[in-house]
Every structure is written in structure tokens, then in C-alpha cells.
Design a protein around this ligand. Structure first.
Ligand code: SF4
Ligand code: SF4
Ligand code: FES
Length: 393
């Protein structure tokens, strides 16, 4: 097949940029990386890009295709070529470009190192002095995070990093969760304290681009949500973001609505609220502020309260709650049309995954099902790999 590519070339010494077009003959199974190899072999040996494994495991070949981060060795070109489309290939975002498609990964590795990406002592030694045995369901809580190959595709697309380059970012935070959620690690609270600091978890704008672009199904935004939930469970809630989230829970429970007008006094305090009176009045004049009194109570507020009590009574706080929610959503993604079936009924289907376990519940043998991403294959160790809608390897 004939594949056309427009490649942004960049020379950091001269600052020159140029969009260069190539057309290559490639076999039908060729990936973007194969096509770049052909360009380098046969057209222009000066083209610079990174690669190593060619099988989606080393994380070297992150770049952008038509403005979205991809692993070049995972991106098949057949459909693109058949459509007659000529994609624009450029270097990843949020990292300085060294040459053409090669970025400087130093800031990335610096943040990676800052979360101490290794088990830290402080845990109980196994009583028999042998290895730590960990239940599969406990490891499922960090299974997705452990799949990260440090490619940087999530960082490339993170808009919080665009506004604050010091923000730890999705990859480092997902790695943080990998160890916060590991029962063998002895520094959970110290880790959470650090991740709640400036440039930490609460700076995320929840745009979900990192989930969308991660080629391995790590879902870094979900990891950040787990860190936030676990922080609040442990009473680490000094950040405005944590206060914000807590107020929304109270608001949803009491009225069934998110009462944003009370957000500032409830999270930033009365003094800050008074300082912003002028801004609030301007909004009110434009009809953007509903009258706070009497508070509007939703007709079905009892549903909202029941949900709140269910989460509380079943101990679904902290990252366990998020993991169970993830699991339920993944099960629904497998559900092929839910119709009138309840989630419990879906779990009872022959061969279905088991219902998420409830903290403290005895886990039936053989029911430690996987926890794959909504959009990627589920590759939980010991489980049959599955392919989900829109998913890949
Ligand atoms: S969800 Fe948060 S961490 Fe992920 S890309 Fe958006 S701002 Fe960045
Ligand atoms: S979280 Fe995903 S996108 Fe980000 S570095 Fe890891 S594998 Fe790459
Ligand atoms: S070359 Fe290793 S992930 Fe693409």
C-alpha cells in the first residue's frame, strides 16, 4: 500500500520548523513506526524519532498523529491509507522537542522519580519469613496502574500541565497510586501527604484526555480519583479541591443538587467569600446566580440520600470505592445491552464476572475477576484476555 505522511521536522539549534511530506510503499500490516523506518531507510536518514521494542512495551515511540498522542508501533496505517488520508505526525506535547519527533524526557523522569516509584519499608514482615502473599482482589486495585510503560502519551495531552508545567501529571500520579494501593508498601500516608501538596492531585482538571490517549489502559485520571478518595478517607483534606469535593457530597446528599453558590463560603471560608462579593453580584445581575434561600431540593432527593448511605454503609470509601465502581462499569461495558436487567442479574449470568466484593466480605474461590480499562483489553494475570468495545491490545 502507499502511505502518505506529513512530518513536522524541528531543529532545536536553529529553531527551524518545517512540515515535510513523504510517500512510502509499505506492506498492508505496516504500523506508523514501520512507515517511519521506511522513510528513514529510503528517503531521509536524518529523520529523528525514538523506538526500541516495536511491540508496545518499551514506551519509546510516543508521538502525535493528527494532534493526538499515539504509540507509533501500535498504530496501524491500513485504514488511514485506504481512506486516502495523509496524517500529520509531530512530537509529543508538554515536553521540550530535541529534534523532529524526539522530546526531552528529563522533566518526565524527574516527576516519576519524585513519587518514589518503589516499595518502601515499614510493612509487617510475613510471619513465615517467606514471600508476601497478596490476595488477587487487593492487587486488582493497582492492576491497571501497574500496566504503565512510561511512554508519556498521557503527559503529552494533559491540559493541566500546559497551564502548570510543575503539575506532577498523569503518569507520575498513576505511578503514585501504584504504590499507595499496594498493601506491601509502608509509606501510604506519607505518600498521600506528598501527593496532596502543591502541583499534586487536586490540580487535575478532570479533562480525561489522559484516559483517552493512554495506549495501555492505565486510565491515569481514575488513578488520580483513587488517590483523592483515599486521601479523604485518611482525613487528608486540607486542599481546596478536597473541600470542594466534600461540599458537593454534602450538597448532593441534603438537596440532590450541586449548590455551587455556596461553594466559596463552604470551601474557602467567609473572608474569601466576602472578598468575592462584587464578582458574585455581577453574576447575579446577569442572572447566573439562583437565589440560595430557600435551598432548592430535588424531587427525588431520597434516591440521592439512599445512594450516599449505601456507599457509607458498605464501606466503599477510599480507592476501594472507585475500584468497585470501575469494575461495575467494566462489567456493564461487557453487558451487550442492559435492558431491564439489574447489575446483580448481569453478575448472575452464566459465565459472567463476579460482583465487586464488599470490603470485609469473604471472596468466593475463583471469583477474583479482572479489572481492565473500559476501552482496553483486560489482561489481568490468570484471566482470559478480553477485548472491549473500541479496545485494543
Ligand atoms: S484528567 Fe487531569 S491528569 Fe488527565 S490529562 Fe486531564 S488534567 Fe491531565
Ligand atoms: S499512563 Fe499510559 S500514557 Fe501515561 S505513561 Fe503510562 S502507559 Fe503511557
Ligand atoms: S517501540 Fe517500544 S513501545 Fe513502540
Amino acid at each position: 500500500m502507499q502511505v502518505g505522511l506529513k512530518v513536522w521536522r524541528f531543529n532545536s539549534r536553529t529553531g527551524e520548523r518545517e512540515l515535510q511530506e513523504f510517500e512510502v510503499s509499505a506492506p498492508e500490516e505496516a504500523t506508523l513506526l514501520d512507515c517511519l523506518d521506511i522513510v528513514k531507510d529510503q528517503h531521509d536518514g536524518t529523520l529523528a524519532y525514538r523506538k526500541s521494542c516495536r511491540m508496545m512495551i518499551c514506551g519509546s515511540c510516543g508521538m502525535r498523529m493528527d494532534g493526538a498522542a499515539v504509540l507509533a508501533c501500535k498504530t496501524r496505517m491500513y485504514d488511514v491509507a485506504q481512506a486516502g488520508h495523509v496524517p500529520v505526525i509531530s512530537a509529543m506535547g508538554n515536553l521540550p522537542i530535541v529534534k523532529d519527533l524526539v522530546v526531552d524526557m528529563d522533566p518526565f523522569w524527574e516527576k516519576f522519580r519524585s513519587v518514589n516509584p518503589y516499595l518502601q519499608p515499614g510493612y509487617d514482615e510475613p510471619p513465615d519469613g517467606k514471600e508476601h502473599l497478596i490476595r488477587q482482589d487487593r492487587m486488582n486495585a493497582v492492576h491497571k496502574e501497574a500496566l504503565c510503560i512510561n511512554c508519556g502519551c498521557c503527559v503529552s495531552e494533559c491540559n493541566a500541565m500546559e497551564s502548570d508545567p510543575l503539575f506532577l501529571g498523569p503518569q507520575a500520579l498513576a505511578k503514585g497510586m501504584r504504590f499507595v494501593g499496594d498493601p506491601r508498601d509502608g509509606q501510604k500516608i506519607a505518600r498521600l501527604e506528598k501527593l496532596n501538596g502543591e502541583h499534586g492531585i487536586w490540580e487535575c482538571t478532570r479533562c480525561y484526555f489522559c484516559n483517552e490517549r493512554c495506549p495501555k489502559g492505565v486510565d491515569p485520571r481514575d488513578a488520580i480519583a483513587k488517590l483523592g478518595a483515599e486521601s479523604m478517607k485518611e482525613g487528608i483534606d486540607r486542599d481546596m479541591g478536597a473541600k470542594h469535593a466534600k461540599w458537593f457530597v454534602t450538597s448532593a446528599k441534603t438537596t440532590g443538587w450541586l449548590r455551587e453558590t455556596e461553594l466559596v463560603p463552604k470551601t474557602q471560608g467567609v473572608v474569601s467569600a466576602i472578598k468575592q462579593t462584587r464578582f458574585a453580584l455581577d453574576l447575579a445581575v446577569k442572572g447566573k446566580v439562583p437565589p440560595p434561600f430557600p435551598p432548592h431540593v430535588a424531587k427525588d432527593v431520597k434516591e440521592s440520600r439512599r445512594l450516599h448511605d449505601l456507599v457509607r454503609d458498605r464501606g466503599r470509601s477510599g480507592f476501594d470505592g472507585i475500584v468497585q465502581g470501575e469494575h461495575a462499569l467494566a462489567m456493564l461495558a461487557h453487558g451487550k445491552g442492559v435492558g431491564d436487567e439489574t447489575l446483580e442479574e448481569i453478575y448472575e449470568r452464566p459465565g459472567a464476572y463476579h460482583r465487586p466484593y464488599i470490603d470485609g466480605e469473604e471472596i468466593p474461590a475463583g471469583s477474583e475477576g479482572g479489572m481492565g480499562s473500559l476501552t482496553q483489553a483486560d489482561v489481568t494475570p490468570g484471566k482470559q484476555p478480553t477485548r472491549k468495545p473500541g479496545g485494543g491490545a
